[in-house]
Design a protein around this ligand. Sequence first.
Ligand code: SF4
Ligand code: SF4
Length: 405
Amino acid sequence: MDISRKMDYVDQRKGTFDTTTIHEERSTMKKPTYHKFTTEPFQRFDDRNSGFSRFQREQIAKIQDLKYEQKPSVSSTAKIQKGDPSEIGEKKGFGKKDYALSWGGRTVDYLIRANLYTRDLDIDENKIDVSDSSSVTRQVKSAALWYGANLAGICEVNPAWIYSHWGDYNAFYSGGLAKAGESIEIPSWLKYCVVLIVGMDYEDIMRSPAIDASTSKAYAKMAFVATSLATYIRQLGYHAMPSGNDYAINIPLAIDAGLGEMGRNGLLITDKYGPRVRISKVFTNLPLEADEPVDLGVQAFCEECKLCAYKCPSGAIMNGKRTDKAYDESNNMYMKKWPIKAMKCMHWWEKNKSHCSNCIRVCPFNKPPGTIHTMARKVIKTTAMLDKFLIKLDEVSGYGKQVIK
Ligand code: SF4
Ligand code: SF4
């Protein structure tokens, strides 16, 4: 493949996609901000302890008379996202068309999970010249943006972020690739991770906790981008394994790749989209230059702002001080943070008959593009002195309220 031609093609289209990660000046640092709060060396997390896996097991356990293997069609979270036909249409924002739009958005995602995610397929036998790793890095990022990512960053892989075992939910959708409880061996070639960010539609997220279809659509986009980029890298002669929410924890990888920080809500907060993003990734041995982590001022801001905790319908987000004590087995600790009560969240989704995005909707970092919002982000990055004022301003301006158009 002629990469330079591809690069020209991408450059000619500047402005048609976001090139923030490549070109924008950011306040970078040598170590991610979570290092300030780390209390013990990180250990690999068992995906069977994630909220999704636990909820899946809980739902299956309710069907006492059949074994797990006999119930291949049981997917509780999928059922929630599809909606219960007996209740459709009762509440505003939960109509048949709302469910249909959302479920349609998911189609490609589930196909890719079952066929392409977490697979390292054949690579081209002719490797490209990688002596100029800076140039190769730029081309990989440009390709990622061209395939549809809104942001792309690169980190060297910290093995602590790779799950120790397959979880129930991710194994269920893996197309028979893995079973829940199987251990995950890290291949020797796995060195770099290209982390890919897909932004979700602002107006659609403001509907939460009514159905927002853009979450589903973003899952499909992240699957398309990650698998396309993996094929691109394999064509350059290097290993590449695309992944969605399986195989490794996305948020610390994204932080290490300079794409944002983790907020009180347990989500990645990016500079441009706040927490209104989905993350996928490609692991590779193509020699790349890692990005430096960023300090967006999120840590100090979240100490003051507790909007996500106050507006979480299930009480899953802590409004107190950081702690290094886990709430339960779903928390990956070793640092002081605000542990999320994952099962409270899952049970609310079940009651709500849909997933929920309130902790994205109300976050002051979730803003549509605009000069004033860009200025506010710059102020937060530079000083914590105005945080209280900006939080108040956000509330009185009416941002974060549910809007169903
Ligand atoms: S998704 Fe909803 S219920 Fe879950 S933590 Fe966020 S706001 Fe709370
Ligand atoms: S809503 Fe406030 S406290 Fe919660 S993550 Fe966003 S900035 Fe942090």
